[in-house]
Design a protein around this ligand. Sequence first.
Ligand code: KIV
Length: 347
Amino acid sequence: MRGISTSTGNIARSNQPEERIYSGPKDLSAPNGKNVTLRSLYAKYRAGEKITMVTAYDYPSAAHAELAGIDMVLVGDSAGMVVQGHDTTLPVTLDEMISFCKAVTRGASRPFIVGDLPFGCFEASTAQAIDASVRMLKEGGVDAVKVEGGFPARAETIRAISEAGIAVVGHVGLTPQSISKIGGFRPAGRTAEEAFRVIDDAKRLEDAGCVAVVLECVPSVVSAATTRELSIPTIGIGSGASCSGQVLVFHDLLGFLQHPHHAAVVPKFCKRYANVSETIQTALAEYVADVRSEAFPSEQYSPYRIPEEELHALRKTLRGSGYLNAADECMQGGSAATDSDSDDGSD
Ligand code: KIV
């Protein structure tokens, strides 16, 4: 009876399963309390409570973040590296980011969700930046966008996005989208001049309307000075404990990747809270062995049956159509393949 009627008597859309598991409808009283808003984030910030943030790029990572009670989810352009396997974040496109955002906003409704504006979609003009940000909110469903860089022209771009009514999270210190200029993923703010620039840029972003600023890979004293100077939350990554909150990349903190190459690029500031790659490798190796030895699928995992009379009819049709091998197989499979309970096998 799929696609005909639901238990509430409504006509179900035939392109949706009756039981929607993945995408809703959403219960507004989400697990772990009320939805996180800018207002609740600021209440936390003013109370001196740390803000928690993690990246997510798809439905399951977002659902896990929500279940864990994370305050903010960042759909980072780090997706280009940890999901797409590029060596930098530069190749990720706006369309790809929107697709990641859509999956994340299906998986999590309670956290405040921020989507990264990827390299190449906002630098040309303020109009381009506003258009890209509007798409991130309208199509991606995120609550805010994040923009890298705090120099004066970038701050003006951010001001324009903010004045269009869109919350913007800034990002200073190490800004991976500028790798072409900085020549590598290097910490920032280790000279007086550079450290001043981090603090000055962050302040400029606050003045331009940013609702929070990510500080990536700057010395603790510099992030502490920035946090003290600003009246908006700072979210640190590799920048010590004084920030108003912390963010880490989902795959890094869970120990997701296992590859000689990846072991080297997991940043040294990242604490690994799990070794998910080991669990995945063990499970996959067991699956491979089970398939090879035919231990899988056993009867338990071969649940579908055909009623005896249907099998009989099938045999006849096969024979009549000249499919003699198949007819013979149906004979041999006979009793194991049938089910007197006339289970239609649709579960
Ligand atoms: O893209 C990303 O994941 C980020 C974090 C590292 C802050 O920008």
